[in-house]
Design a protein around this ligand. Structure first.
Ligand code: PMP
Length: 449
C-alpha cells in the first residue's frame, strides 16, 4: 500500500469530519501509516511533526510504550462491560484518582465517551438538579461569545462559533450569550487582568437580570480553543465563581481542551483557585488514545438525585460505552506518567522555549498578536495591523500556512487566521524550533499581498 492507493480508497468511501470534501480534490488527506512520539509517518515514509497533538488529545506521544503496555494487559483482562448494574476496577480506580487531583469539593464521576457528550451530561444534570429541587422555572444557560463546547445539539447550542452553529440554529436551545473576556480585544496598553475584570460587568448584569431562570453558566477556563485560541485572565473565573454563588446558579467548567496541563497547571481552574459545580474532561484524559470523557460534580448535586426509584429523580442518561475499561486504563496510565515525571514543571521550560522561538513574529507586519497560556501558543495573522483589520475568512490564509507546513513536514492546523502550537509533552527543543521556523515561513508566504 502507498499513499496514493489509500487516498483513492479513502475518497471513495469516507466522509471526513469538519471538512468540505471538495477541498480534497486539490489537497488530499494525509494517510498515516504509523506514529511514534511527536511524529506521524505516511505510507511513503514522509514524516510530520504533530504540533497540534492530533486535535489536542495527545499528551505523551503516539504509541507511548508505557500506555501501550497498560492497554495490552487490559485487553487480555477485560475489554468492555456495561457500567449499569456492573462495575470494574479501571472505572473505580480512575474515579478515585481523578477526585484526588481535581479542585477539592468535587466528589462524583459520571463517565461518557467524548467531549460533546460530557457537555450534554453537565447540561442535563444541572437542569435536572433544579427540577429535583422543585425549581421548574430554570431552563436557561449563560455562555460566552466565541465559546465552543462540541457538536451535538445541546453542546452546539451552548457554543457561539457561527461557522459550526449557524446552519443548525433552528434546532437549538437558546443560551444567554455574554461578551467574552477575550484579551485580544483589550484596549492598547490595557493589561489582561484589567480587561478581563472590566468585561465581567456583562456577566454580572446577565446574572442579576436572569439568575432565577438560569441553571448554569458554562465557560472554557482561560482559553477559548476552537474560538481561535482567544485567552483571558484567571481573575474572570474568580469573579465568576463568586457571582454564581451569590446568584445561586451552577458553574460548568469545560476543561475538555485545556485540562491535563495545557494551560500550565493540571487544570485551568487551579489558576483562579476555584471549584466548578461540574468539571468536564476528555481529550487528554486518555493521553490521546481512546474516546472517554467524565463529568465530575459535587455531593450537593449528587444528593438531589439520590432517592427511591419511584420518585423519578434518577439521572437516566447512558451511553453504551460509558466508562469503557480500555479507555479508563489508558487514562490511568496517563495519570501514572504525570505522577512519575515532573511533567508540569518540565512544560514550563518547553513553554518558555516556544515563546522564545516565535518572539520575532510579534513585530511581523501581518501578525496582530502572539499570545500564550502555558503549552498553548497562538499567532494571529491580520491584514492591517494598525487598523486591526482582519483578513476576510474567504481568503483562507490559514490554509496556505497549513499547506506550507505539510510540505515542510509539520502538522499545523490553523483556525482561520490563527496559527497555534499545542504539542504533546514529549516535544524537544529542536522540534519546537522547527515548528516555529515553519510557522514563520508559512506566515510570510500566506501574508504576501
Ligand atoms: N469542549 C471543548 C472546549 C472542546 O475543545 C471540544 C473539542 N474540540 C469539545 C468540547 C468537544 O469534544 P469532542 O470533540 O470530543 O466531542
Amino acid at each position: 500500500m502507498d499513499n496514493e492507493q489509500l487516498i483513492r480508497r479513502d475518497l471513495s468511501v469516507l466522509w471526513h469530519p469538519c471538512t468540505q470534501m471538495k477541498d480534497h480534490e486539490a489537497l488530499p488527506p494525509v494517510p498515516v501509516r504509523r506514529a511514534q512520539g511527536a511524529w506521524l509517518e505516511d505510507f511513503d515514509g514522509r514524516r510530520y511533526l504533530d504540533a497540534v497533538s492530533s486535535w489536542w488529545v495527545n499528551l505523551f506521544g503516539h504509541c507511548n510504550p508505557y500506555i501501550n503496555a497498560a492497554l495490552r494487559e487490559q485487553l487480555d483482562t477485560l475489554e468492555h462491560v456495561l457500567l449499569a448494574g456492573f462495575s470494574h476496577a479501571p472505572a473505580v480506580e480512575l474515579a478515585e484518582r481523578l477526585l484526588r487531583i481535581v479542585p477539592p469539593g468535587l466528589a462524583r464521576c459520571f463517565y461518557a465517551d467524548n467531549g460533546s457528550s460530557a457537555v450534554e451530561v453537565a447540561l442535563k444534570m444541572s437542569f435536572h438538579y433544579w427540577r429535583n429541587r422543585g425549581e421548574h422555572g430554570r431552563t436557561r444557560f449563560i455562555n460566552l461569545s466565541n465559546s465552543y463546547h462540541g457538536e451535538t445539539l445541546g453542546a452546539l447550542a451552548l457554543g457561539d462559533v457561527a461557522l459550526y452553529k449557524e446552519t443548525y440554529r433552528p434546532l437549538l436551545l437558546e443560551p444567554l450569550t455574554v461578551p467574552s473576556p477575550d484579551c485580544f480585544l483589550r484596549e492598547p496598553g490595557q493589561s489582561w487582568e484589567a480587561h478581563s475584570r472590566a468585561m465581567f460587568r456583562h456577566m454580572e448584569e446577565a446574572l442579576a437580570r436572569h439568575a432565577g431562570s438560569v441553571c448554569a453558566v458554562i465557560v472554557e477556563p482561560l482559553v477559548q480553543c476552537a474560538g481561535h485560541m482567544r485567552m483571558y485572565h484567571p481573575v474572570y473565573l474568580e469573579l465568576l465563581r463568586a457571582a454564581c454563588d451569590r446568584h445561586g446558579v451552577h458553574l460548568i467548567a469545560d476543561e475538555i481542551a485545556v485540562g491535563f496541563g495545557r494551560t500550565g497547571t493540571m487544570f485551568a481552574c487551579e489558576q483562579a483557585g476555584i471549584r466548578p459545580d461540574f468539571l468536564c474532561l476528555s481529550k487528554g484524559l486518555t493521553g490521546g488514545y481512546l474516546p472517554l470523557s467524565v463529568v465530575l460534580t459535587t455531593d450537593a448535586v449528587y444528593g438531589t438525585f439520590y432517592d427511591d426509584y419511584a420518585s423519578l429523580r434518577a439521572f437516566l442518561h447512558s451511553h453504551s460505552y460509558t466508562g469503557n475499561p480500555l479507555g479508563c486504563r489508558a487514562a490511568l496510565a496517563t495519570l501514572d506518567l504525570f505522577e512519575r515525571d515532573p511533567v508540569i514543571a518540565d512544560n514550563r521550560r518547553r513553554a518558555a522555549r516556544m515563546a522564545q522561538a516565535v518572539a520575532d513574529l510579534a513585530d511581523h507586519p501581518h501578525v496582530a498578536e502572539v499570545r500564550q497560556t502555558g503549552m498553548i501558543l497562538a499567532i494571529e495573522m491580520i491584514r492591517d495591523k494598525a487598523r486591526r483589520e482582519p483578513y476576510p475568512w474567504q481568503e483562507r490564509r490559514g490554509l496556505a500556512v497549513y499547506r506550507h507546513a505539510l510540505s515542510r513536514g509539520v502538522l499545523l492546523r490553523p483556525l482561520g487566521n490563527v496559527i497555534y502550537f499545542m504539542p504533546p509533552y514529549v516535544v524537544t527543543d529542536e522540534e519546537i524550533d522547527l515548528m516555529a521556523a515553519v510557522a514563520a515561513e508559512g506566515i510570510d508566504l500566506a501574508t504576501r499581498p
